[in-house]
Design a protein around this ligand. Sequence first.
Ligand SMILES: Nc1ncnc2c1ncn2[C@@H]1O[C@H](COP(=O)(O)OP(=O)(O)O)[C@@H](O)[C@H]1O
Ligand SMILES: [Mg+2]
Length: 257
Amino acid sequence: MTHVEHLKGPQPFDKTRNMAATAPKFLSVWDIQAYYGESYIVQGVSFDIHEGEILALLGRNGAGKTSTLRTIARLGNPSLKHGEIWLDHEPLHKMKSHQAAQKGIALVPEDRRIISGLTVEENLKLAQINPPIGWSLDRIYELFPRLGERRRQEGVTLSGGEQQMLAIARALARDIKVLLLDEPYEGLAPVIVQEIAKTLELIRDQGITTIIVEQNAVAALKLADRAVILDTGQVVFDGSAQDVLDDEGLRAQYLAI
Ligand SMILES: Nc1ncnc2c1ncn2[C@@H]1O[C@H](COP(=O)(O)OP(=O)(O)O)[C@@H](O)[C@H]1O
Ligand SMILES: [Mg+2]
């Protein structure tokens, strides 16, 4: 079956998946192969996501998680040499990063990129300088009350958890369909991780589709509907998040937990 037929054809019922499995595929990554110069890093990765799902993209350090997110967001490096990426019937594989962003892809990188010298609110307003504009500031502050309280504080002076919230909020300030989160829990205390996870559930409830890359695999699996595990740039598991939590062998082999 080719990829296109796969997208158009009726979806087989899979009782191991949740209700969203009956909806058409929303984001479809098919056999993507990407290189840093001569280095072959993303080695034929394929997976699908339904609208409103949270997918945990896991794997050991160096497995290719960040590279996969960067490829989906169409950043130039690594460069995509083969494969297709479809978002809501749009061919992202033919686009540059700014076009993919216009179509609704938002990558929140590991280093968060809060702009120094700007307040929380200015960071958010900057994201709304050009259309398509997403959530209003009021709606953002409703979801992230801590950001509302600190709206006049310089963004880079926030705590790590608050900066992560700001980075996510800034993505939502634009009209997005898919949130790509690279290690959002890194360096955060468990109580803050839980707070962000609750927020990500609320964001899912509002229809946003999320891919979360995390070293804290257990936290990501508790949040996610599904999991894809990468090893040396290839998919070694694609299934329900609960199945990974239940499979000690799989976790030991690929996640070291
Ligand atoms: N800019 C780069 N240039 C060359 N190789 C890179 C670059 N970034 C990452 N790599 C290599 O690509 C592989 C996958 O890296 P990455 O996608 O960052 O993995 P992960 O996010 O799963 O830890 C690693 O072997 C890494 O050394
Ligand atoms: Mg990484």
